[in-house]
Design a protein around this ligand. Structure first.
Ligand SMILES: *Cc1c(COP(=O)(O)O)cnc(C)c1O
Length: 370
């Protein structure tokens, strides 16, 4: 017998996550110098990490023989967000918190609702539990909250909402999201994934943490992977009612966030200059990319994150995005193809440093003329 048949059919049916191509891999494949490669494929902070976070990591190195203690980070978040520590759950990336929500609330026989073109971890967290996915068609590439509300069935336990959404960059207003939360059944967990919250203009941010008080079925997730520049350390968190947090803790690995990640996240949280400068760089870089796309005659989906999704014109009926992606790779520029998100005509480009954005635009111009 094939040993893999012991695995539940719903596990074997999972399509593997496709990460952005690593710089090291492209360098190996093309024999390029790693330093000549521009990676705009995973929405990382192009400035790297905060010097304060780096110093905290170095200071924490001698402690690596000890198991981690998340207290310092939970306390720092509690103070920053103004919620009790009991309402905070740390994760190995916010990805982990999304998985915890799936583990705690999904099982075979129930369903999760999420949008077409939404973040790829929602189907993974759903399928890994043997739960059914209800994928609601997007509206202008964004979440159609009315349709999502209508799609909720008696067996629906979880709704996943990304705001802003990756890979489309679309955003829901606070009024839209609040209206959804008010009308969603109270016995459905609503996960609001705010990985890009810090990249929103302050007046566009939702009072989502305050909503947790009013909506015991709400879990808000955030991450240190994006504006805080700690993607490689894997650290994020969820905020929810204490009883919900208690459930998430039960399915959580006891030491899911490591010492270095905890130390770095505490320092990163306190480095407000770094966060502000990263936000400002993104505003300028986004304008640079959009001006360049306009010049090249490319359309894009208006984005509220640190990336923009660009439409690659077809040649007749034929989608060109995959070919453009490959040609960009040969020029040492890594972006993200989106066919696995049901968007075969789009490429997602992370906002980089000014010279990286310029490299992308030059390469794109060369490829389009080709
Ligand atoms: C990047 C991202 C995450 C965060 O991933 P981490 O596990 O925290 O690195 C979560 N949700 C969305 C929509 C993202 O794009």
């Amino acid at each position: 017998m094939d040993i893999c048949e012991l695995s539940p059919a719903y596990v074997r049916a999972i399509a593997p996550y496709q990460p952005g191509k690593p710089i090291t891999e492209l360098a190996r494949e093309l024999g390029l110098d790693e330093r000549s490669i521009v990676k705009l494929a995973s929405n990382e902070n192009p400035r790297g990490l905060s010097p304060k976070a780096l110093a905290a990591i170095k200071a924490a190195l001698p402690e690596l023989a000890r198991y981690p203690d998340g207290f310092a980070l939970t306390q720092a978040l509690s103070r920053r967000l103004g919620v009790p520590m009991q309402q905070i759950v740390l994760g190995n990336g916010s990805n982990d918190v999304l998985e915890l929500a799936g583990m705690a609330f999904l099982a075979p026989g129930c369903s999760a609702v999420y949008s077409q073109h939404a973040f790829a971890v929602y189907p993974l967290a759903t399928q890994a539990r043997g739960a059914h996915s209800i994928v609601v068609p997007a509206k202008n590439f964004g979440h159609d909250l009315e349709a999502m509300l209508a799609a909720i069935r008696p067996d629906t336990h979880v709704v996943f909402i990304a705001n802003p959404n990756n890979p489309t960059g679309t955003m829901l207003t606070a009024a839209e999201l609040e209206s959804f939360l008010s009308r969603a059944p109270k016995n459905v967990v609503v996960v609001v994934d705010e990985a890009y919250n810090e990249y929103l203009a302050p007046e566009l941010r939702c009072p989502s943490i305050a909503w947790v008080e009013r909506f015991p079925n709400l879990i808000v997730t955030r991450t240190f992977s994006k504006v805080y520049g700690l993607a490689g350390l894997r650290v994020g968190y969820g905020v929810c009612h204490a009883q919900v947090a208690d459930l998430l803790h039960r399915v959580r690995q006891p030491f899911n966030v490591n010492n270095l990640a905890i130390a770095a996240a505490v320092a990163a949280l306190s480095d407000e200059d770094f966060v502000r400068e990263s936000y400002e760089l993104n505003v300028v870089g986004m304008a640079q990319l959009l001006a360049g796309c306009k010049r090249l005659g490319l359309a894009w989906i208006p984005s509220y994150g640190n990336f923009v999704t660009v439409e690659i014109p077809r040649a007749g009926e034929q989608s060109q995005a995959a070919a453009v992606f490959q040609k960009l790779l040969r020029l040492g520029v890594i972006v993200r193809p989106l066919a696995n998100y049901g968007m075969p005509d789009h490429l997602r480009v992370t906002v980089g440093l000014a010279q990286e954005n310029a490299r992308f635009l030059e390469a794109m111009e060369a490829v389009l003329k080709d």
